[in-house]
Design a protein around this ligand. Structure first.
Ligand SMILES: NC(=O)c1ccc[n+]([C@@H]2O[C@H](COP(=O)([O-])OP(=O)(O)OC[C@H]3O[C@@H](n4cnc5c(N)ncnc54)[C@H](OP(=O)(O)O)[C@@H]3O)[C@@H](O)[C@H]2O)c1
Length: 346
């Protein structure tokens, strides 16, 4: 018997569109291997408009309209005048996929979207790290109380399975610390500076290549890395921490002289995220540190990332994600969907 799973998407930017393309590509596989038909019944965005249809949206048309006109077309029969909360409430979907813009100040409105979805009896998949960095413990409790899943594999390293690594493949292990390079913009800027490029030019190049925002402060001041550190502490080390509680120093003060001085010592400067236990309490920091050239961390180039997790029983394990693109983000969201299918079909 074929089961039907219905999704409501909050946000229709790069990640949501890549996820929809992957869904279209994997339809046959989902049907044949998992006996599941996945329908997106609602999409809410901030400025592109909203779509709603209980029967299932025409995703190819939605993708085409946004590619050509930057928004859903006024003659799209599935166009709806719904707010994001309205879409979540009226979609009657089984799963909210939260892909709206990250708010580093407080994780909103994504936290509200997730709360509403759980209240409506929906499972939640989020790639938005805000809710996990700001309010994971409470949201997880809400999900547990309503017997629903809150999945978030994509929030730290796109599709690389950092949370599943610990949850699913290291039974009986506790994480006692971690260390990572988790922000691609700063990693790219520091690497460009090693080749002699000025800081300002490196920032402009990162913007031109599309991975730094017009306002790159979230990256260069270390906020994005702090949010990832907070999310890791909350999920892997049972923390209840928010990004401002992470000790944080960005890379804005790193000069060309600092980079050259590091090179003279056979080192590189990398923006390092760390988490550890202090008197049993999870603590975190983000700061530029010297890394020796023969250290695995110094090989993390351009937009690549690394996470090294130290556990009580299995020692240290490292995961490297090489040169991710938007397809790896889409895979992370899709992998959560497969996890959900597996967990709910038992
Ligand atoms: N891109 C990646 O590789 C990646 C990787 C891991 C995690 N993520 C996370 O995934 C999320 C989406 O990323 P993205 O790259 O797709 O960002 P994006 O291209 O900027 O898209 C964000 C989308 O969110 C929508 N939005 C903003 N506020 C909203 C609201 N209140 N209700 C409904 N929609 C709202 C925007 O609407 P409009 O289009 O109408 O403005 C846009 O469609 C972010 O939280 C990001 O941190 C992204």
């Amino acid at each position: 018997m074929t089961n039907r799973i219905t999704l409501c998407l909050a946000g229709f930017g790069n990640a949501a569109q890549a996820f929809c393309r992957l869904l279209l590509q994997q339809q046959q596989y989902l049907y044949e291997v998992h006996q599941v038909k996945v329908d997106v019944t609602a999409i809410a965005s901030r400025s592109k408009g909203a779509l709603f249809d209980q029967v299932g949206l025409d995703l190819s048309r939605a993708l085409e309209e946004v590619a050509h006109h930057g928004m859903f077309s006024s003659d799209n029969p599935q166009l709806a005048s719904l707010t994001t909360l309205g879409s979540i409430q009226q979609s009657h979907a089984q799963v909210l996929v939260e892909l709206s813009t990250l708010s580093i100040e407080n994780g909103q409105p994504a936290i509200q979207h997730i709360e509403e979805a759980l209240r409506q009896g929906m499972h939640v998949i989020t790639a938005n790290k805000g809710p996990i960095a700001w309010d994971f413990r409470r949201l997880k409790e809400l999900a547990d109380q309503s017997g629903k899943w809150l999945l978030h594999e994509t929030v730290v390293m796109d599709g690389a399975p950092v949370f599943n690594l610990v949850k699913e493949t290291l039974p009986g292990c506790s994480v006692i610390s971690f260390k990572g390079i988790l922000n691609s913009t700063t990693n790219f800027i520091l690497e460009e500076m090693e080749t002699g490029r000025a800081y300002e030019d490196a920032v402009k190049e990162a913007q031109r290549r599309g991975f730094a925002e017009a306002d790159p402060s979230l990256d260069v001041e270390g906020w994005d890395a702090a949010a990832k550190t907070s999310a890791l502490l909350n999920v892997l080390m049972n923390g209840n921490i928010t990004p401002p509680e992470i000790l944080r120093e960005g890379i804005m003060k790193i000069s060309m002289e600092d980079v050259k001085a590091a090179q003279k010592k056979s080192c590189k400067i990398k923006l390092i995220c760390e988490g550890w236990l202090e008197n049993g309490q999870p603590r975190g920091r983000v700061l530029p540190l010297l890394v020796e050239k023969n250290d695995l961390f110094s090989t993390i180039d351009a937009t690549s990332s690394i996470l090294s997790v130290t556990t009580d029983l299995m020692g240290e394990i490292c995961m490297v994600e090489r040169h991710p693109e938007i397809e790896q983000t889409a895979y992370g969201i899709y992998s959560d969907l497969l996890t959900l299918i597996r967990k709910t079909s038992k």
